[in-house]
Write a protein that binds this ligand. Structure first.
Ligand code: URA
Length: 434
């Protein structure tokens, strides 16, 4: 078998066999197939799609590229969650400790920033020392001792996804239903949790821009999960405006900490409570949605979620002082406020433009392996439906330099639309697929 023939077959819109997909992924994992061939193949998949069967083979090939964890010897049940990617989505950092504080173990493998969307690993690495490369043995031992793990791919856990994910980020090959579904589900299958809540984002700041695409992605992931014997539920959530206030790595981590203190933005807190409730339900920690919701609320009001975040940071070698002193997180030297030029109602805060501007400021990557700047980002001070007065802050830009501020200002110019009539707030969720 030759990689080039598999690329040509996909380029010509044909269906790949299980053997061809396994060959491609196995050899890409071991570097026999170089990045340039994998890029061409990913572009062919993006342009020509994959059948549900091909996507399932791809998911399993990537899940099998390293070890697949069996958590049954460590915990009775563990729950996992994953977002399909959005702007300002720091949910995992708040929700993993919240759910653990409610007595349900969580074993989660996250990703890095992807295109305009941020990644949990990059956000957590804003905490000095925090390790996101736990080995399989470390994953299992921490899940057993602490009941909670939040790590990334390593050489022994879904390495094929780790490599392909980094490549897709910088080759324009993110927005593909089969590539997203297999990327997410391979990590979930490798990490071994029996119950998985998926947060499928829809809107201009998501990879799925309309509800039909989001439903298709959700259905595909739920059925791949079922085929692998997992309980999966997918929530469809809004990503037409950034979630919460902060967009950028350190500022998002700070916002997750504030939310666990009960001082977070209302939309982000509500989003976390909903995701946590579904995790508690699916993980059988609660019998009804109302009971799950009450447990999740208690994890914030009692401070137990915050305590568990401290334990997580400590267990993964991070500087635990940042939890009580988030001001110790990296801070950008230049901060500039962008003000409203007119009064009226906010009709749009274009999430993708905000995400792309954060990448230009240095919060994301332009090419594979680029380092990112944890300190930079954008605080989004308004939501759709808010009334604003002329001169009121719309954004705060956190930048490395005045030049970077100027560039960001240009990009953000048309990100907010202000109108004279009333505008209804956007919903947080559009439905559930289970
Ligand atoms: N999250 C992932 O893990 N993979 C994707 O492809 C998109 C979002």
């Amino acid at each position: 078998m030759r990689a080039v023939d598999i690329i040509i077959k996909k380029r010509d819109g044909k269906v790949l066999t299980e053997q061809e997909i396994n060959f491609f992924i196995e050899n890409y994992t071991t570097d026999e197939i170089p990045d340039y061939q994998a890029s061409a193949w990913a572009m062919a998949v993006l342009l020509n799609g994959m059948t549900a069967e091909e996507t399932t083979y791809l998911t399993l090939a990537m899940a099998n590229s390293g070890d697949r964890l069996d958590l049954s010897g460590v915990v009775d049940i563990a729950v996992d969650k994953h977002s399909s990617g959005g702007v300002g989505d720091k949910t995992s950092i708040a929700v993993v400790p919240m759910v653990r504080a409610c007595g349900l173990p969580v074993g989660k493998m996250s990703g890095r920033g992807l295109g305009f969307s941020g990644g949990t690993l990059d956000k957590l690495e804003a905490i000095p020392g925090f390790r996101t490369d736990l080995s399989k043995d470390e994953f299992l031992s921490q899940l057993g001792s602490l009941g909670m793990v939040l790590t990334g791919q390593s050489m022994d856990l879904a390495p094929a996804d780790g490599k392909l994910y980094g490549l897709r980020d910088v080759t324009g090959t993110v927005q593909s239903i089969p590539l997203i579904a297999s990327s997410i589900m391979s990590k979930k299958i490798a990490a071994g949790a029996q119950a998985i809540v998926l947060d499928v984002k829809v809107g201009n700041g998501a990879f799925m821009e309309n509800l039909d695409q989001a439903r298709e992605l959700a259905n595909l992931m739920v059925s791949i999960g079922e085929l692998s014997g997992r309980d999966v539920a997918a929530l469809l959530s809004d990503m037409n405006q950034p979630l919460g206030v902060a967009v950028g790595n350190a500022i998002e981590t700070k916002e997750a900490i504030q939310t666990l203190r009960g001082e977070g933005p209302a939309d982000f807190e509500e989003h976390c409570l909903e995701i946590a409730s579904h995790m508690l339900l699916l993980g059988k920690r609660a019998e009804t949605k109302a009971e799950a919701r009450r447990l999740a609320e208690d994890a914030i009001s009692s401070g137990s979620g915050l305590e568990y975040l401290k334990k997580l940071v400590q267990a993964q070698d991070g500087d635990v002082r940042v939890i009580d002193h988030p001001e110790m997180l990296p801070e950008a030297p230049v901060k500039t406020v962008i003000e409203a030029q007119e009064s009226g109602t906010i009709a749009e805060v274009h999430a993708r433009t905000v995400g792309e501007t954060a990448v230009v400021l240095g919060a994301g990557r332009m090419k594979k392996g680029d380092s990112i700047d944890p300190a930079v980002g954008i605080s989004v001070m308004v939501k759709v439906g808010d009334a604003v007065e002329i001169g009121q802050p719309l954004f705060v830009i956190h930048a490395r330099s005045d030049d970077a501020v100027e560039e960001a200002k240009q990009q953000l110019k048309n990100a907010v639309k202000i109108v004279k009539e009333e505008v209804a707030p956007l919903p947080l969720f559009y439905g559930l697929v289970d």
